[in-house]
Ligand binder design. Structure first.
Ligand SMILES: [Zn+2]
Ligand SMILES: [Zn+2]
Length: 392
């Protein structure tokens, strides 16, 4: 068997192997293409679906960036193409009843494939609709903004409530670095923050293995760690949109998705830092506010979770603390890639901050360093200390 740790991303689709962790892992996505000019690979990816109509979905921002090219490449290759434009103007497109319904209305009886051209919202919306219609979808990514391109969950909004039902994995991912280079800086910073969050996600997983005996996969950990190292080595190029930096970021986001798919669980990508982010996001939605970008929140929350590991270093099982760098090192990493570092900087108020420090471990049943703090009787003291540090 070829080793997944040494193979290029483009070789991973379709992989199945017996892992040293005792599980048989497989990665059912069919195509991954991340490079300059990757949109040219779209017709070859879509070839099995030539017998019917292909619906291509984009919005007024993503059409000039990659939608126009995607449609042209498919039409030039002789495919029957139907286009759906979300003309959202200055409004933010939401993955809600209206957007999901609008996509469904373009599905004809002979539709064989939907291509989404966009980032978070279009990806999630098309992912959800196609999963329910039993149609494959391909995502043409326009921003390296989050790790949901290769994940089977689809965060959507129903009657104002955001939740993440299981959908399905994409058939193929096109990450054209020419398009990614035009992504707004805040989306690049968000994707980078999501990647930084993997540091504490992996430390949390080690803690869960040692405290509650959770299943642990060293191969997946190394796979993610390798992608993180490459992304951090290039991070200084992100604010300048250096193509190598954007490619390393997109690869790290994608490889995280591969690790999640191998394990069939988001554990390699999501720990307590994600629980804090979800807590803040739900509070914003409850207040009728637009949430801050997921990855921006995750990056800031990673600093906070590093503080938890520091505060608990006297009681952590052996070897756990060493997996989490100091909070200053994480702040420096975030700044290097142009991402915010503090809850005050992103507008989290004192009351919400304190409440989130106490409650986030309950957001999901997954074991984390915050639950460990609670079990040690230290949660309130840490919450109070961090709140005073940031808010006085
Ligand atoms: Zn995330
Ligand atoms: Zn494994």
């Amino acid at each position: 068997m070829e080793n997944i740790l040494t193979m290029p991303l483009s070789d991973m689709p379709g992989l199945t192997f017996d892992c040293a962790c005792g599980q048989r892992h497989s990665f059912p996505v069919k195509h991954l293409s991340i490079r300059s000019g990757a949109v040219d690979d779209l017709p070859a990816m879509a070839e099995p679906f030539r017998s019917g109509t292909i619906v291509v979905v984009f919005d007024s921002n993503t059409y000039p960036v990659a939608g126009e090219k995607a449609v042209a490449r498919l039409k030039d290759a002789g495919f029957a193409v139907k286009e759906l434009l979300f003309n959202c103007g200055d409004d933010i497109l939401l993955p809600d009843e209206k957007t999901l319904g609008r996509i469904l209305m373009e599905v004809d009886k002979d539709t064989t494939l939907i291509v989404a051209v966009g980032s978070g919202v279009l990806n999630d919306s098309v992912k959800f609709v196609t999963s329910r219609c039993h149609l494959p979808y391909i995502i043409v990514a326009t921003a390296p903004s989050m790790d949901g391109y290769v994940s089977d969950g689809a965060p959507i909004i129903c009657e104002g409530y955001k939740y993440s039902p299981q959908a399905h994995l994409t058939y193929g991912l096109v990450g054209d670095t020419d398009a990614l280079q035009t992504a707004p800086q805040e989306l690049v910073a968000a994707g980078y923050g999501d990647v930084v969050g993997k540091i504490t996600a992996l430390a949390d997983w080690d803690l869960a293995k040692k405290v509650v005996g959770e299943h642990y996969c060293e191969t997946s950990v190394q796979l993610v760690q390798k992608a993180l190292d490459k992304c951090f080595a290039e991070a200084a190029g992100l604010p300048r949109r250096k193509p190598e930096a954007l490619e390393a970021l997109m690869e790290a986001l994608t490889i995280t998705g591969v690790a999640m798919a191998l394990l069939n669980i988001s554990r390699p990508a999501s720990g307590a830092e994600h629980m804090i982010s979800h807590h803040w996001e739900m509070a914003y939605i409850a207040r009728g506010l637009n949430p801050i970008h997921h990855g921006i929140q995750v990056g800031v929350a990673t600093v906070l979770i590093a503080r938890f590991f520091e505060e608990l270093s006297d009681v952590l099982p052996a070897g756990v603390a060493a997996l989490c760098p100091s909070h200053e090192e994480i702040e420096n990493l975030l700044r290097l890639g142009g991402a915010p570092v503090s809850p005050v900087e992103i507008g989290i108020d004192r009351e919400l901050f304190h409440r989130s420090m106490l409650e986030s471990y309950t957001v999901r049943p997954r074991y984390s360093v915050m639950r460990f703090a609670m079990e040690q009787g230290r949660l309130e003291a840490i919450a109070d200390k961090l709140t005073t540090e940031y808010y006085g």
